[in-house]
Write a protein that binds this ligand. Structure first.
Ligand SMILES: C[S@@+](CC[C@H](N)C(=O)[O-])C[C@H]1O[C@@H](n2cnc3c(N)ncnc32)[C@H](O)[C@@H]1O
Length: 509
């Protein structure tokens, strides 16, 4: 959980020289306003109102990472105020697996019996009380003000009572109250706010990928699920031949710890960097960069121009890097995507590379199509094929706050079928001696080693190669990956990347 100060404070209150809100009275160590909540701050402040709006949109199916920037832009919320709103939104969504039991105790009723609109207001308030450095009086008063505006006067009284009860204890005391005793997975599910099936799946994945032993798994699992609640750093990729890491460093970033084409932006808007604005560089997780680089590094002998294929390319992050690498290598790239909308996003991403491809007489094709048909339609045509398969995204939970609550175990069955079909099609589409990279942003065994094992055991025209040997860090040294190989699993708590999986397969006769 991160700490973020309240930038706004209470409208109309006394302020110190730095513009900070001054408490009217200090009461038993807690700051309290002299007015009753019903008389104070009747409207809620713009940041909390914006956060509430995003939470309601997410409840209706929106994605926080898409909705929040829109709301911030529409309401003219910038700088520290935008950072405060972001922390409210991400924290309240991520952590409601912990906050809901707290709210239930404080309200004296299960959260299922609380109006969902009011519950979202309370989640925002509880996040301020238990995880942010917002003074108690401001957290209570502003949440009551927000409730009055968006939930009505009756609800505001209830919100006031619940907030006051929550504010009577600190985080440790609430953890002692609501975290169950017993199995670690059940404890972590509440303490670190994850559905328990995900905690169990991550435990199995740590063991199955060789990142933990039965002796170390409890410690590794605790660190891993904690890291899902830490905001991911903004990592940039300098697409080779179009931008350089140096250019990004000169714009304020620092070289990334792992990826030779990566840079970390500690603060500020990536869109303010010319290379990013022009599509020569982009925001991209370091793990994704390492995977695309690994596929490009595998030795392949091809007659004529190498043909590269990104089978599931939307929205185009890896295709953007692969296109730049293909141009550097004198290869052609086809980027395929089943959804028309996402194909358009790939097209936009590849615009700078497409221009260069045209200038150099290279082919860079972006098209819409079902990847499951490509093997049959274009057998043996490609020399390097990426299958960045649709998956549960359990390795990227820190980026998508609502994802953990949307996924259900049943998703694995449908995804597993699609993943197997896409991988089989990719193998069919690969020329003899060519290489296939199967990747997911999930470490779940059912989407990673089980898929690769099932597909490879049914066919004799493919063999696994050591993906670890193709993973080279910023200094040229191998990236340390736990486990016996030949597949690679990256971990947020070990590598600071998304939890990306990579298997490399060589096509035989
Ligand atoms: C994990 S995402 C790929 C991310 C992408 N490689 C990137 O780095 O931006 C998986 C993509 O597969 C697409 N997809 C799903 N089913 C597909 C199919 N049958 N054929 C091709 N693409 C498919 C999804 O629409 C989604 O865009």
């Amino acid at each position: 959980m991160s700490e973020q100060r309240d930038p706004g404070g209470k409208p109309g209150g006394r302020r110190n020289a730095k513009g900070r809100q001054r408490p009217e009275r200090v009461h038993g160590g807690r700051e309290r306003s002299a007015q009753r909540p019903s008389e104070r701050n009747r409207g809620g402040d713009p940041q909390r109102l914006a956060a509430y709006t995003v939470l309601r949109a997410v409840a209706d199916g929106a994605y926080a990472n898409l909705e929040l920037p829109k709301v911030l832009r529409d309401r003219g919320i910038h700088g520290r105020d935008a950072a405060f709103t972001t922390e409210l939104v991400y924290g309240a969504i991520r952590m409601h697996g912990l906050y809901d039991p707290v709210i239930a105790v404080a309200a004296g009723r299960p959260v299922a019996k609380i109006d969902p609109n009011v519950l979202d207001t309370l989640r925002l308030g509880v996040h301020q009380l238990l995880a942010m450095r917002v003074p108690t009086h401001a957290a209570v008063d502003e949440t009551v003000g927000l409730a009055r505006k968006v939930n009505g006067a009756g609800a505001a009284g209830f919100v006031n009572a619940v907030m006051r009860r929550v504010s009577e204890r600190d985080l440790d005391a609430w953890l002692a109250e609501v975290v169950p005793t017993g199995e670690l997975t059940a404890r972590l599910a509440v303490e670190q706010s994850h559905p328990e099936w995900i905690v169990k799946a991550l435990r199995a994945a740590l063991l199955g990928h060789g990142a933990a032993t039965p002796d170390t798994v409890d410690t590794e699992l605790t660190t891993l699920v904690r890291s899902d609640n830490d905001p991911a750093k903004v990592t940039l990729v300098a697409r080779p031949g179009l931008a350089t890491v140096r250019e990004l460093v000169e714009a304020g970033a620092t070289p990334a710890p792992l990826s030779p084409v990566g840079a970390v932006l500690e603060g500020g808007d990536p869109g303010g960097i010319p290379a990013v604005r022009e599509g020569r560089a982009a925001v991209q997780d370091e793990g994704s960069q390492l995977l695309a680089l690994a596929l490009a590094r595998v030795p392949v002998e091809a007659e004529g121009t190498e043909q590269w294929l990104d089978l599931c390319a939307g929205p185009g992050g890896k295709a953007g890097l692969l296109a730049a690498l293909a141009l550097e290598a004198g290869a052609d790239l086809t980027a395929n995507e089943v959804s028309e909308h996402r194909t358009e996003l790939v097209r936009q991403t590849l615009r700078p590379a497409s221009k260069r491809a045209r200038d150099e007489g290279r082919s860079l094709v972006v098209r819409t199509g079902d990847g499951r048909r490509v093997g049959e339609d274009e057998p043996g045509r490609y020399h390097r094929v990426l299958v960045d398969a649709p998956c549960t995204g359990l390795g990227a939970l820190r980026r998508r706050p609502e994802a953990r609550w949307r996924r259900i175990p049943a998703d694995l069955a449908d995804l597993g079928r699609l993943q197997r079909e896409l991988l089989a099609s990719a193998i069919d589409a690969t020329a003899q001696g060519g290489v296939i990279a199967y990747a997911t942003c999930s470490p779940h065994l059912a989407e990673t080693t089980f898929v690769v094992g099932d597909v490879t055991k049914r066919r004799s025209d493919v063999e696994l190669i050591d993906a670890r040997a193709m993973l080279s860090g910023a200094d040229g040294a191998p990236v340390a990956v736990p486990g016996p190989g030949p597949t690679v699993q990256l971990w947020p708590h070990l590598h600071g990347t998304d939890g990306m999986f990579l298997a490399l397969l060589r096509k035989l006769a």
